[in-house]
Design a protein around this ligand. Structure first.
Ligand code: PBG
Length: 328
């Protein structure tokens, strides 16, 4: 085998040949679009560090959800920015909390669209950490109680999937039993299983107003240097009953996505996070990269690494351009 009998360029000669032998596909069905919910009415405030991404009041989120569904995207993931923050992030588990109200409104108007509720406290606490603080650190087991309560409140509001993103040990098991006890055995869990303490979340913290007021998240999110530990996180969440296992961020962690895909049988999701989005937007604005070409290249790379699903702020753009047929 080999040159000159084999010539690999033979199958690269025309667009149809290239299309026919393409190994990895990217489809709108695999995309999840993030939405931010803020208080008020008629609010549509662009996030300065994330051009094209908005903080939206519930009425606007409903419109955006409808647009997302019309584009053929199967799911949205919601992040709430409450009116009032407090020490335990109580708006997150209040029956009338911001994410609960948005979930209800979206499910009422666009019932087929899958609503995933991000389940974390950093947007809801006055200190900006992902749980209850004791002695300057997030208390894991105290936080599990409000994690269970929040999952039930989100399920009651109509969430199809809850997505714990706080990296508390035992969160998935706590959610599964809380949901089952409350009569929601069919609400699924998408676990942020391997979530790294990453600078790529910078712009999101502007969008969600969730930057920690002291310290950082390294005592609960993962060290970017660790690969085996990510597999432990993924295997734990798998056995605790997660339905979908997520790796986050995506681009600097493609090896983790690949290893996760090779090890587990459940769907693997990857979160193409805010910093990955904003870097492309910024460079494209300066004319340094071609956004139309770089976005599909990034998303296909995440698919090739093994992600079945991709959460991305580019989802609507991708779906829109798909219709023009310029995709891989
Ligand atoms: C909440 C949460 C974060 C992101 C998703 N859920 C921020 C963080 O952990 O600080 C980041 C998403 C993004 O950057 O796009 N814990």
């Amino acid at each position: 085998m080999g040159f000159p009998v084999d010539r690999l360029r033979r199958l690269r000669r025309t667009a149809n040949l290239r299309r026919m032998v393409q190994e990895t596909q990217l489809s709108v069905s695999q995309l999840i679009y993030p939405l931010f919910v803020c208080p008020g009415q008629g609010v549509r405030r662009e996030v300065p560090s994330m051009p094209g991404v908005f903080q939206l009041s519930t009425d606007q989120d409903v419109e955006e959800a409808r647009r997302t569904a019309d584009l053929g995207i199967p799911a949205v993931i919601l992040f709430g920015i409450p009116e009032e923050k407090d020490a335990t992030g109580s708006d997150a588990y209040s029956e009338t909390g911001i994410i609960q109200r948005a979930t209800e409104a979206i499910k009422k108007t666009v019932p087929d669209l899958i609503v995933i509720d991000d389940l974390c406290f950093c947007e809801y606490t006055d200190h900006g950490h992902c749980g209850i603080i004791r002695d300057g650190d997030v208390d894991n087991d105290a936080t599990l109680e409000i994690i269970g309560k929040t999952a039930v409140a989100q399920a009651r509001a109509g969430a199809d999937i809850v997505a714990p993103s706080g990296m508390m040990d035992g969160a998935v098991a706590a959610i599964r039993s809380a949901l089952d006890e409350a009569g929601f055995p069919n609400v699924a869990i998408m676990a942020y299983a391997a979530k790294y303490a990453s600078a790529f979340y910078g712009p999101f913290r502007d969008a969600a107003e969730s930057a920690p007021q002291f310290g950082d998240r390294r005592a609960y999110q993962m060290n970017p240097a660790n690969r085996r530990e990510a597999m432990l996180e993924i295997l734990f969440d798998d056995t605790e009953g997660a339905d979908i296992l997520m790796v986050k961020p995506a681009l600097a962690y493609l090896d983790i996505i690949r290893e996760a895909r090779d090890r587990v049988l459940k769907p693997v999701a990857a979160y193409n996070v805010s910093g990955e989005y904003s870097m492309v937007k910024a460079a494209a604005r300066l004319g340094w990269v071609d956004e139309e070409r770089i976005v599909p290249e990034i998303l296909i790379a995440i698919r090739r690494a093994g992600a079945d699903l991709i959460i991305t702020y580019f989802a609507q753009d991708v779906a829109r351009r798909w219709k023009d047929g310029i995709w891989f």
